[in-house]
Design a protein around this ligand. Structure first.
Ligand code: FMN
Length: 363
């Protein structure tokens, strides 16, 4: 099972949505570093379920219990291990789904792969709940990177048909990241946020769900992180972004739009600005040849609509091998995107921290 990540760190995530707890083991953190644990908690709360009208009513405290790697609030440099207990479990919501897989969810494929013994309630190990430990790892990496002047932030670029403007790719300002957090939905244009909230509410009222796009930026990166071929920054970030359930696409810089341009329209001229080599535009999204260019690193992640919806859908009975109609019950997010932003930031921070440790070997 591929639940581990890292070349210079080692991150392992374990647990199931409706098991006793979920958690992580993370190796490669610096001894002597004192995380701000209130910031760690605040980061986890951005993802936690049951916050706000647009999220699932399943409420979880998502408070962490540290088992190893911390002494008197300071990282020891030994494996950091922590758990987050699942306190609001309702297995009965999923009894029928053990035989009738939800369209769009992992129920069918995990039944094929692991058989009837697998814990599949609430999506089991494939559940969005497993992004809580990912966020915990990310929260620690973010603070270590902040000491190097590296910041990560994101906003909702799209939900359904409602669109926010994009980050200005040359001038992403980390001060804007904090401002985004004070809004009901983290968007650059508040009117777009109102429209998104309305669209989510309308989809939920219709027993349906919506997807969307998260745009993420990493600022303060030195040029030179990442490697060509398999360990490029796109590879590393994508590997972690696709660990977030419901992500179906990632694009860097101009992404798919670059495919429709000429070279002269897509290339970014090099310039000297304040004595530094920069680029005049940032269509390359801060990565060339898998290696950071020193410009802001910008990427977008596309999320599909939440698969569990109240509207009736077609499925099959696995035991009877016949087609049936299914109406999914239980507590589900009508749109995953608002809760997914810290997951995207965490994924980016873990990938960058891993690449930054690699680069340190050569400095
Ligand atoms: C933060 C978060 C919350 C999620 N909440 C739900 C949910 O309430 N109901 C649901 O059906 N899927 C939810 N998902 C998505 C499913 O876990 C995901 O679609 C499923 O595991 C199948 O994986 P795939 O979409 O990547 O193929 C959530 C995902 C994330 C990241």
């Amino acid at each position: 099972m591929g639940s581990s990540f890292g070349k210079n760190i080692s991150l392992s995530i374990f647990g199931e949505s409706h098991g006793p707890s979920i958690g992580l083991v993370l190796e490669g953190l610096p001894a002597g570093f004192r995380p701000d644990w209130r910031l760690v908690d605040a980061f986890l709360q951005r993802r936690a379920p049951g916050r706000g009208e647009l999220a699932t009513p399943r409420r979880e405290a998502d408070s962490i219990e540290i088992l190893s790697g911390v002494k008197e609030g300071v990282l020891c440099g030994t494996p950091f291990a922590a758990i987050i207990r699942n306190t609001n479990v309702r297995r009965e919501d999923y009894q029928r789904l053990n035989d009738i897989p939800r369209p769009g969810h992992s129920d069918y494929t995990s039944w094929v792969k692991y058989g009837p013994a697998a814990e599949r309630s609430g999506g089991g190990h494939a559940s969005g709940r497993l992004t809580a430990p990912l966020c915990l790892a990310g929260a620690l990496c973010l603070q270590i990177l902040a000491e190097q002047g590296i910041a990560v932030g994101s906003h909702i670029e799209r939900i359904g048909q409602a669109e926010d403007r994009r980050f200005s790719p040359l001038q992403v300002n980390p001060a804007d990241f904090a401002a985004l957090l004070s809004r009901p939905l983290p968007v650059l244009d508040e009117a777009a946020g109102d429209e998104m909230a309305w669209q989510i509410a309308a989809a939920a009222a219709a027993g349906d769900s919506l997807g969307g796009v998260v745009e993420c930026a990493v600022t303060g990166l030195p040029a030179g992180l990442g490697d060509p071929i398999f360990d490029g920054m796109e590879n590393r970030i994508s590997q972690l972004i696709f660990a977030i359930p419901a992500v179906k696409g990632v694009e860097f810089g101009n992404g798919f739009a670059a495919a429709g341009l000429t070279g002269s329209a897509n290339n970014d001229d090099f310039i000297i600005a304040a004595g530094q080599i920069r680029t005049a535009a940032n269509r390359h999204g801060g990565i060339l040849g898998g290696i950071t260019s020193g410009m802001p690193l910008i990427f977008r992640a596309a999320f599909k609509p939440t698969p569990s919806i109240a509207k009736e859908q077609g499925s099959v009975s696995l035991s009877r091998r016949e087609q049936v109609r299914l109406q999914v019950e239980g507590r589900h997010d009508p749109c995953i995107v608002p809760r997914a932003l810290p997951c995207v930031e965490a994924a980016a921070a873990i990938a960058v921290y891993d690449a930054w440790l690699e680069q340190k070997k050569y400095l």
